[in-house]
Design a protein around this ligand. Structure first.
Ligand code: F6P
Length: 473
């Protein structure tokens, strides 16, 4: 576990999802930490420095406040309840059927509905009211993600002494794309209530500045990435998020993991194992990956009987229509590939539609010869980094989409265009025939990059930058 003591201090984190979820244990309700590297590190900083985390979540009793970790409380979560209609319109609607596809360049999947917008506004106000009953005037607040773009502006109000940081986890699109949003002005004004706005990549930060200039006609200092807005100076920057390298590496180095990985290889029975692991989301390129794999089987018949693609798809946003349709298409495509190529002894694709705990994922990543991480667009993609951190033996290959933010860091992976099915099929072949020496030298350098850019570095970098953002006023 990295040390964050020097930067930890009372902090308010605000995000759509809560770090702990209400679950039943032995028939009794309790709050358990959700899986995910980001939650782990933010939970760690909250445990070290204390404060409040405001988020959407279900409460067990009459109180909307929970002290966590339950067994040894260090900070509190203020839970915001959403009505079914708010979940439909704010979360599934505006967040997941407007901002999500827009920011990932899927304009044809956007549903620009006014009822979605109204609900988004109201839920952001609900978060602001919840914060108001908690916050102090000298607070340091860290808001996360596209669900809460209006919140910095709402919290700021007339209060100049607050320090507000905002981290945008997904891509920020170019100005011609962002300008399609009917509520573009409101969203940008909301974000500019922050002191510091962080993005994954320089390109996203630059897109944001361009949008501010084009949409709000506000002066922007591109070189220093500063915006002058309503008498304040807002800093914009890039802070590529990482994972807890040491945690994944040590899980992978455990002898039990080696055994489990060996067992997985034995069970799939193929000589070569390819692994894909994603939330079931159209941005992740699962369908295109399957088609490229089908192309590979057509082009390289010598691998028949010797290769298996294990696709893990974690159920996500299951009530949103686009996600339901994608699930059906994936089912059909896997059915077709299996029908075309399977023999009595060999199944070319294995499909696991469920979430796995970290300990099990490590075993799949360790068992693979090749990881196929081929999103059509992605802010960063931490699965690619998790795979690399799990390769404690410094072997294996990473096929990575050029449209994942991680491609800027993991330059020694086999970088592909996920839309180029033939190119992707050839890259699978290249990886399977790559010399051990080359695999090792690439994996070494990938691991170095993931280690240097870990989530502690990200957290420290952002909070330190937020600290220096304040005196600019
Ligand atoms: O990557 C963006 C993001 O919103 C993450 O913050 C979140 O963990 C992930 O997508 C999953 O989305 P959801 O909260 O809708 O399940």
């Amino acid at each position: 576990m990295g040390d964050l003591k020097d930067i930890a201090g009372p902090l308010t984190i605000i995000s759509n999802r809560a770090p702990y979820e209400l679950r039943k244990k032995a028939g009794k309700p309790t709050y358990e930490k959700t899986v995910g590297g980001l939650v782990s590190v933010l939970d760690e900083i909250m445990c070290q420095g204390g404060g409040t985390w405001v988020a959407w979540g279900e409460s067990a009793g009459a109180s909307d406040r929970v002290q966590v970790p339950v067994e040894n409380p260090k900070y509190s979560i203020k839970l915001i309840q959403l009505t079914d209609q708010e979940v439909r319109n704010y979360y599934q609607g505006f967040s997941n059927r407007i901002l999500w596809p827009l920011c990932h360049y899927f304009l044809d999947r956007c549903h620009f509905r006014t009822d979605y917008w109204k609900s988004y506004e109201m839920v952001n106000q609900k978060f602001a009211r919840a914060y108001a009953t908690e916050g102090r005037s000298d607070d340091c607040i860290w808001i996360h993600d596209f669900h809460l773009t209006l919140l910095p502006g709402l919290i700021r109000g007339e209060n100049r002494s607050l320090s507000i940081g905002f981290f945008w986890h997904i891509p920020f699109p170019s100005s011609p794309v962002f300008r399609v949003l009917p509520w573009r002005k409101e969203v940008l004004r909301g974000l500019l209530g922050s002191d510091l706005i962080g993005f994954q990549l320089d390109a996203h930060a630059d897109n944001f500045l361009q949008c501010v200039e084009d949409v709000l006609k506000v002066p922007v200092n591109r070189q220093e990435r500063l915006v002058e807005f309503q008498g304040r100076t807002i800093k914009v920057g890039s802070f590529p998020v990482g994972i807890d390298f040491e945690r994944w590496n040590s899980l992978a180095s455990n002898p039990t993991n080696h055994e489990k990985a060996q067992q997985i290889r034995k069970e799939v029975g193929g000589k070569y194992l390819l692994v894909g692991a994603d939330r079931l989301d159209y941005t992740k390129g699962i369908l295109e990956r399957l088609l490229a794999y089908e192309r590979f089987l057509e082009k390289y018949p010598e691998y028949h009987g010797n290769v298996c693609l294990m696709q893990i798809a974690v159920p996500s946003r299951t009530r949103v229509e686009e996600y339901m349709r994608l699930r059906r298409s994936i089912d059909e495509t896997i059915g077709r590939i299996s029908g075309r190529f399977s023999t009595r002894k060999w199944v070319p694709v294995r499909y696991l539609y469920k979430a796995f705990p970290t300990e099990e994922l490590v075993s799949y990543y360790s068992a693979a010869d090749v990881a196929m991480i081929t999103p059509l667009r992605d802010g960063m993609n931490l699965v690619a980094e998790e795979f690399v951190a799990s390769r404690a033996l410094e072997n294996g290959c990473l096929i990575l989409s050029e449209f994942a933010g991680a491609a800027g860091i993991l330059t020694d992976g086999s970088i592909v265009n996920p839309y180029d099915l033939d190119g992707l099929a050839d890259t699978i072949h290249e990886c399977l025939s790559m010399s051990e020496a080359e695999k090792q030298s690439r994996m070494r350098s990938l691991r170095k990059a993931v280690k240097a850019n870990d989530v502690y570095w990200w957290c420290r970098n952002f909070l330190q930058s937020l600290g220096t953002a304040r005196p600019l006023h």
